[in-house]
Design a protein around this ligand. Structure first.
Ligand code: DGJ
Length: 350
């Protein structure tokens, strides 16, 4: 009798768990709506980027602390999620935490830790995380590039060092790390304080810039939030202007060489956000953070944007939209709901 009861209880528990999983299984991207992870909590990975490794995607972003505004220092470290379909994400937790114990640490609580991006170094078999790092108490004046290292994509990442970047004592701000086909890694960033947009190559360990930075000809000054991809030999860079946490119109450039010269392509967005009624002049109320190349579907990319909420940053939502290429130029149209079948259709039509 006891055995029957235990078996019945196990069957009940597993069907409850299955029902919960089914409830959380999502089929579509729903830009600007609350996006839940597998544990039922909204995804907390702002200003993020995605790495594809061994058949899985890893989304790394700013972990915002519950109850803190940006002015009260909401940055808690790097939060990671994993997925095989880019829609359903498993919470892998905080893979790098700010240091709450040692006020002398470069990542002591109170620092600003933004826009993390992770790259895999084939040579050292290391996962290298980069982030904007303003030391505690320093405000937004002098920025560093923080570097942390892990031997697994899910961390833990150990803080390794920092560098200024951009050959400027005031360092660099928003950035993109672009790994080219030959494994060369580039740091494309806004230089402080003059806000010129510059590029530098990293050494083969991906730890430090290996030489001088050069100004990217053709990219306007004050360009933030850069996200770079390469498609059919052409580099495409999406970005924004510089208006703090407030949204502004997107910027878009292309080049035949990563070092430039770049051509200004205006902005690539079309339509308006039906959740907040904001159009392309405000970039749907968001700012770019990354472009995800979709593995296994040729020439398919997703543009990632953040809706910032500086008063309560943990509630910031995400806008992920598919990129169409029209005459080899990016076009990003607002969609209320979509999924990857859209790319498959586009390919069939071609
Ligand atoms: C815009 C940047 O893109 C963000 O990462 C953040 O630094 C805000 N500015 C701060 O105002």
């Amino acid at each position: 009798m006891r055995r029957i009861l235990i078996v019945a209880l196990l069957i009940h528990c597993s069907s409850v768990m299955q029902a919960q999983q089914t409830r959380l299984q999502q089929t579509n991207f729903k830009p600007a709506q609350v996006w839940l992870a597998n544990n039922g909590h909204p995804i907390n990975a702002h200003g993020g980027g995605v790495l594809f490794h061994n058949n899985k995607y890893y989304w790394y972003g700013e972990h915002k602390i519950e109850g803190k505004s940006e002015a009260q220092f909401a940055d808690g470290g790097i939060h990671c999620y994993s997925s095989t379909d880019l829609i359903n994400w498993k919470d892998e937790g905080l893979v790098l935490s700010v240091d709450y114990k040692n006020p002398a640490s470069d990542i002591a609580y109170g620092c600003i830790l933004e826009r993390p991006k992770v790259v895999f170094n084939e040579k050292n078999k290391q996962f290298v995380a980069y982030f904007k790092l303003y030391l505690a108490g320093a405000g937004y004046v002098t920025s560093n590039v923080g570097v942390a290292i892990a031997d697994k994509p899910t961390g833990p990442f150990i803080f390794h060092h920092k560098f200024h970047g951009a050959d400027s004592p005031n360092g660099s701000g928003d950035f993109s790390m672009f790994k080219d086909d030959d494994g060369s890694l580039y740091h494309l960033t806004i230089r402080k304080p003059d806000k010129a947009f510059v590029i530098g190559k990293l050494d083969s360990n991906y730890y430090y810039p290996e030489g001088a930075y050069t100004v990217c000809k053709g990219i306007e000054s004050h360009t933030e939030a850069p996200a770079v991809i390469k498609r059919e030999g052409i580099y495409h860079m999406l970005g924004s202007g510089s208006t703090g946490w407030k949204p502004n119109i997107a910027r878009y450039y292309t080049a035949k060489s990563i070092l430039g010269e770049w051509t200004n392509q205006g902005h690539p967005c079309v339509g308006y956000n039906t959740v907040n009624s904001l159009g392309v002049d405000k970039n749907f109320g968001s700012q770019s953070s990354f472009i995800v190349p979709i593995h296994g579907i040729k020439d398919s990319f997703i543009a990632m944007f953040d809706i910032w909420q500086p008063e309560n940053p943990i509630t910031g939502r995400y806008i992920w939209l598919p990129i169409d290429f029209v005459e080899d130029k990016m076009s990003i149209t607002w969609r209320d709901s979509w999924n990857l079948n859209m790319f498959k259709k586009t390919i069939r039509e071609k």
